[in-house]
Design a protein around this ligand. Structure first.
Ligand SMILES: [Zn+2]
Length: 90
C-alpha cells in the first residue's frame, strides 16, 4: 500500500508489513512506512516525531516491532543519542 502520510506531502512511498509464520498461519503486523515512520497502528506511529525509545531503553518500530534494551537497534539509538548530546555540549 502507499503511505497516506507521504502522499499528503507528494512523496510516493510504498509501505512495508512484517509477517511472522506461527506454524498454523501467518500473522501480519501493522503497515509501516520506511520513509516517514508512519504506522497503521497509532501506538507505533513515529511520523509525528514521536520518540521510539521507551523509559527502559527499548525501541519500537513502525512495523509493530519491539527491540528490547541491548538489542542492536536499541544500542544504535543509544549511541546516536550519546553522540547528539556530545555535540550539544561542544
Ligand atoms: Zn510515509
Amino acid at each position: 500500500m502507499k503511505c497516506p502520510n507521504c502522499e499528503k506531502q507528494g512523496i510516493d512511498s510504498e509501505c512495508h508489513q512484517d509477517s511472522v509464520d506461527v506454524g498454523v498461519g501467518v500473522i501480519y503486523g501493522p503497515w509501516g512506512c520506511p520513509e516517514c515512520g508512519w504506522s497503521e497502528d497509532s501506538e507505533y506511529d513515529l511520523s509525528d516525531d514521536k520518540d521510539p525509545v521507551n523509559e527502559k531503553g527499548g525501541v519500537i518500530d513502525q512495523y509493530g516491532g519491539y527491540h528490547p534494551p541491548g538489542s542492536s537497534l536499541a544500542i544504535d539509538y543509544m549511541l546516536a543519542r550519546m553522540l547528539a548530546q556530545r555535540k550539544e555540549k561542544e
